[in-house]
Design a protein around this ligand. Structure first.
Ligand code: VGL
Ligand code: ZN
Length: 214
């Protein structure tokens, strides 16, 4: 069953960066496999927006900045829980660069997130205090852009949070499942599936879009 695309539809590509691909600092298993799928999708959407996870070296999401803590633990911070990660996507580093086969040429906007030392940002729309806005909603509204189709890394973190916030902002929202890969910590994928359904986000496959879609 094909989905007809409109001129105002946006392909939102989350964090397809070296550190989230195999061999990277916070590798998402098979992360680089999304690249050819996203490149094909980028050719059929009128609008493409990329995000880039972009942290200062002393970022509080890095376990290395919390003595006695190790990656993949969760701590309590002023605004709630924060997972601790290996150092990743340090601003300006090779790990923070887009995967070399990802072609950002068609991107109209590259949005960086997580650049403030004491707050992480999984979502492309709202930082992890759930209050501080990235400006993406305003950008989309001001340009009259409409439905949001998500792809990228990681399905169970930044894609999940971005999709939920996109719905909250009032955009009809889709996640292109085969254009995503998950970190998979504990039951994070099952939880993500549940939360996406609960939020009203539609999960689709790339075969439902473009010329091949029947
Ligand atoms: C992400 C963990 C930490 C992501 C970013 O892009 O999903 N996950 N920073
Ligand atoms: Zn990060």
């Amino acid at each position: 069953m094909g989905i007809e695309l409109f001129d105002r539809d946006v392909l939102l590509v989350i964090d397809v960066q070296n550190d989230f691909c195999d061999g990277g600092a916070l590798a998402v298993p098979g992360g680089q496999e999304v690249v050819p799928v996203i490149n094909r999708m980028a050719g059929i959407f009128r609008h493409v927006i990329l995000t880039q996870d972009w942290h200062p070296r002393d970022h509080h999401s890095f376990a290395s900045n919390h003595p006695g803590r190790v990656p993949f633990e969760t701590i309590e911070v002023a605004h709630g829980k924060q997972e601790l990660w290996p150092d990743h996507c340090v601003e300006g580093s090779m790990g923070a660069a887009f995967h070399p086969h990802m072609h950002p040429d068609r991107a109209e906007l590259i949005l960086r997130k997580g650049f403030r030392k004491t707050i992480d940002s999984y979502s492309a729309f709202t930082e992890n205090d759930r209050l501080t806005r990235t400006g993406l909603t305003g950008y989309l509204r001001e340009r009259g852009l409409g439905r949001i189709f998500l792809s990228g890394l990681a399905y169970d973190y930044c894609v999940l949070y971005s999709a939920i916030d996109s719905m909250r902002a009032g955009f009809e929202t889709f996640v292109i499942e085969d254009a995503c890969r998950a970190i998979g910590m504990g039951d994070s994928v099952a939880t993500a599936n549940y939360r996406l359904s609960e939020a009203g986000v539609r999960r689709i496959t790339s075969s439902m879009l473009g010329d091949e879609a029947a």
